[in-house]
Design a protein around this ligand. Structure first.
Ligand SMILES: CC(C)(COP(=O)(O)OP(=O)(O)OC[C@H]1O[C@@H](n2cnc3c(N)ncnc32)[C@H](O)[C@@H]1OP(=O)(O)O)[C@@H](O)C(=O)NCCC(=O)NCCS
Length: 335
């Protein structure tokens, strides 16, 4: 009958189990956690367990890593009845609530409301200022809950998918542009691009400041290990407008290197260079096809990037789920 802090690595298995059993929607099967997503989740759980000693050491030197997967379980009748997880973005005061769920046997008893309030209090104690989350458009129970706690819908996010990697040629960017490797520690390029292209109405809820993009230096050592254990390969590229030297887009591929699971794609594109969208999609598909064992490819596109959405649909992607992104600003600690 109370919340308890999630404690890793011992809770890693329970965490995976709660997500797999609670994110099931009998009336909307497409929303449910799918079999291949469960495979990816199992690899993440295994990765947390195996890497935890290393993460603990990293946390001693890097305070911002201490908030990796922070959250609570709700315990009721000696069972785990609910879960909430939040995570800061980089070193910023901007947090994302990534998971909220109540086990089907315990719904409508106020558990999710208590967990959401508990995590907001936690974030506030940690100095967090803005909190955002994604809720499936049409998930009325969750939407109503968040709205009643003070969250407001400010943009959308689309999760698209395509059954398997279609053969895609190497991308041909129009003359005057080139593709460059983007180092995982190069926060400045990511920051400059997003500061320029994210609409003001979105930045109001999600402040674009350097801290959001700066990653702890230790990640350069840990991330390759995490990727190896999880069976993923990450590729990050930027698109440069050669004449001005300006970065006008970026593409990120998180591809599976093991059988099972799903590939993930993400991109950003300056709307002033919207004509690059088809080449960007070809580039993503070309990259993910290298060594693919036929997994489903998933891509997330923000609602404020309609040109990317249209190009993804033209490349054969179908919208699987539309999310509303909601946010709130916390009162300053001490007020
Ligand atoms: C959404 C979910 C977390 C709610 O959990 P819960 O513990 O049953 O919610 P609570 O009992 O704390 O209810 C809090 C508020 O949510 C809303 N709510 C919850 N269930 C609802 C329902 N079936 N219909 C309408 N509103 C509902 C109400 O506003 C409720 O407040 P009220 O009881 O004062 O009217 C739960 O249904 C769930 O786990 N769903 C599957 C996973 C999921 O979709 N998570 C959200 C991801 S964004």
């Amino acid at each position: 009958m109370a919340e308890r802090l999630i404690s890793l690595p011992k809770d890693a298995g329970l965490l995976g189990e709660m997500i797999a059993t609670s994110f099931q929607y009998p009336e909307n099967p497409a929303w449910s956690v799918q079999t291949d997503e469960k495979e990816g989740l199992a690899d993440t759980v295994a990765g947390i367990r195996r890497l935890w000693p290393l993460i603990r050491i990293a946390q001693v030197f890097t305070p911002s890593l201490r908030n990796l997967l922070r959250g609570y379980f709700w315990e009721e009748e000696n069972r785990t009845a609910g879960i909430v997880i939040a995570q800061p973005r980089g070193k910023s005061r901007n947090w994302m609530v990534t998971t909220v769920a109540t086990h089907p046997d315990f719904r409508r008893r106020g558990i999710a409301r208590k967990l959401v309030n508990a995590i907001l209090a936690f974030v506030r104690r940690e100095g967090g200022r803005q909190v955002a989350l994604d809720v499936i458009a049409g998930n009325l129970p969750a939407y109503k809950l968040y709205e009643s706690v003070g969250f407001r819908h400010f943009t959308s996010m689309f999760e698209l998918e395509i059954p398997a990697a279609p053969a895609a040629p190497a991308p041909q960017f129009p003359e005057g542009y080139r593709l460059l490797p983007l180092d995982m520690m190069d926060w400045q390029t990511r920051y400059d691009l997003e500061k320029r292209i994210i609409p003001a109405a979105v930045q109001e809820f999600e402040t674009v400041d350097p801290a959001r993009y700066q990653q702890p230096a230790i990640l350069r050592l840990i991330l390759p290990l995490i990727n190896r254990i999880q069976g993923t390969r990450m590729v990050d590229r930027s698109i440069q407008h050669i004449a001005s030297g300006q970065t006008v887009g970026r593409m990120t591929v998180t591809a599976r290197t093991k059988p099972g699971g799903r590939h993930n794609l993400a991109a950003r594109l300056d709307p002033a260079h919207a004509h690059l969208a088809p080449a960007l999609l070809t580039g993503l598909l070309h990259e993910v096809a290298q060594g693919s064992a036929g997994q489903v490819i998933q891509m997330t596109v923000m609602g404020w990037q309609p040109e990317l959405l249209a190009a993804a649909h033209a490349a054969g992607f179908k919208t699987r789920i539309e999310f509303h992104r909601m946010g709130l600003t916390l009162p300053q600690a001490g007020k």
